[in-house]
Design a protein around this ligand. Structure first.
Ligand SMILES: *Cc1c(COP(=O)(O)O)cnc(C)c1O
Length: 443
């Protein structure tokens, strides 16, 4: 890692001063370009997404058996889209800006198995690994009915192998529950900020939970080291995994299908804006990648981060990516937003996606709590704090007329826009915990 000279950095990038001052800010990305220009930098394409989709389809019958709650969607883990008009009216007033288009909420918060966006990437990575092992051992062919994986024979087979992951909570939940169900020995290395109830739930599923007094970066490093000592152990690398990234990416084509069914148009005259909470970057990066493939230049993706953990904004803005952490600037990386307390962004995601993202913004923890309270009050939808990070996005974008005009979007076009806030978690938060969240909202 480079030594960071903070005064030189702030001289070159004045916005870094505002990051250090923990000021909520919005940054429109001047590196944003067309899909045609940006896509080759990703190193993955439509064929990879199609391959991912096909693998998830092979596993769907297995998931129906192993997790009966997935039967209503035939073993495909996909979330609903909600309209939130009362929230829109309340926030028009709160922010003093009128969002004229349509406001929607993507409820990954209520995905089955783990109740967060991690049910996309985390579960997909475990399934991919299991499939590879079973095929290599001659026990499985891709034409088979994958329900056979839900047998003692297969559980014993997978029992010879282990899986490890470092997590602030939700990734551990997805990977832990999925791996344990297949029969793997699974260890989740959890950072200090991980919630007690998540650790408890994992242990109930037979997952080994190792706790650290330090943050996510340390938990990941320790987990990696331990896994390296065991040749039968597969370490899931949240920071650099292409597989995880692809697991998220199928959200794009599925959203397109949902929009078709809802009669929602997306084209140059009807732009789509999507607001994604960002931690290390794999989740929002993979979803944004899938969205760009599905909707091309008519979708505009924005990443949202806590003021105390703006790692992706910092990495992309300075071009230093994973060569800089928020701690290098003296920012403490302390936030109540599970999954977003990440000090150093994924270098893979930043470099792959920096030309395909329209912007970034930050918000305070209190703002997330207030929005959490407002959404519960106005729409009776309960989320965890991090899942609210994207919510101010439509107002941040609407407030910047100059940026819209530079994109060729006038008021008429903006009035036809769809704004989709990606709600990334909260569906499994215990009631007592939720009451505490609600009590923290000052509304
Ligand atoms: C993990 C997570 C995110 C962000 O995903 P990354 O891949 O870490 O960027 C957002 N919201 C919630 C609730 C999460 O658990």
């Amino acid at each position: 890692m480079k030594n960071i000279d903070v005064s030189q950095l702030t001289a070159q990038f004045p916005l870094v001063r505002s990051l250090i001052a923990l000021e909520p800010l919005t940054w429109f990305n001047p590196k944003a370009t067309t899909l045609t220009v940006g896509l080759p930098h990703v190193g993955l394409d439509q064929r990879d997404v199609a391959d991912t989709s096909a693998r998830l389809a092979r596993f769907a019958p297995y998931l129906c058996e192993a997790f009966p709650e997935t039967r209503i969607t035939q073993g495909i883990l996909e979330s609903e889209i909600a309209t939130i008009p009362a929230m829109q009216a309340t926030l028009n007033e709160r922010y003093g800006v009128e969002v004229s288009g349509r406001l929607l909420l993507k409820k990954d918060s209520h995905l089955p198995i783990s109740g967060s966006i991690k049910a996309r990437g985390g579960i997909y990575e475990v399934l991919t690994h299991a499939e590879q092992l079973a095929i290599k051992a001659g026990l499985l062919r891709t034409e088979d009915d994958y329900r056979k994986l839900f047998t003692d024979e297969f559980r014993q087979f997978f029992g010879q192998y282990s899986i490890a992951v470092g997590s602030t909570g939700n990734l551990g939940m997805s990977i832990g529950i999925m791996s344990a169900k297949l029969g793997f020995t699974v260890t989740v290395h959890m950072s200090a900020d991980a919630r007690e109830w998540k650790k408890r739930k994992l242990r109930e599923h037979g997952v080994i939970v190792v706790e650290y007094a330090e943050d996510y970066g340390v938990a990941v490093e320790q987990g990696r080291k331990e896994a390296e000592r065991d040749p039968n152990c597969f370490f899931i690398d949240d920071e650099n995994s292409r597989t995880l990234f692809l697991g998220y990416s199928v959200a794009g084509e599925r959203l397109k299908k949902q929009f078709d069914e809802m009669g929602i148009e997306v084209d140059a005259e009807h732009p789509l804006f999507v607001y994604l909470p960002c931690g290390v970057g794999g989740g929002p990066g993979g979803v944004a990648f899938g969205l760009k493939l599905a909707f091309g230049d008519n979708v505009h993706c924005f990443f949202a981060e806590p003021t105390h953990s703006p790692c992706m904004l910092l990495g992309v803005h300075t071009g230093l990516h994973d060569q800089i952490s928020v701690q290098d600037l003296g920012i403490d990386n302390l936030t109540a937003a599970d999954g977003l307390a990440v000090g150093r962004a994924s270098g893979f995601v930043g470099r792959a996606m920096e030309r395909l993202l329209d912007g970034f913004f930050t918000l305070t923890d209190q703002e997330m709590y207030d929005l959490l309270g407002l959404l519960a009050k106005e729409e009776q939808i309960r989320l965890e704090p991090s899942a609210l990070a994207g919510m101010p996005g439509p107002w941040r974008v609407t407030a910047d007329r100059a940026w819209q005009l530079a994109q060729g979007m006038d008021e008429t076009v903006m009035a036809r826009a769809t704004h989709l806030v990606w709600a990334t978690g909260g569906g499994m938060v215990p009631t007592a915990e939720m009451e505490k969240y609600l009590a923290t909202a000052k509304i």
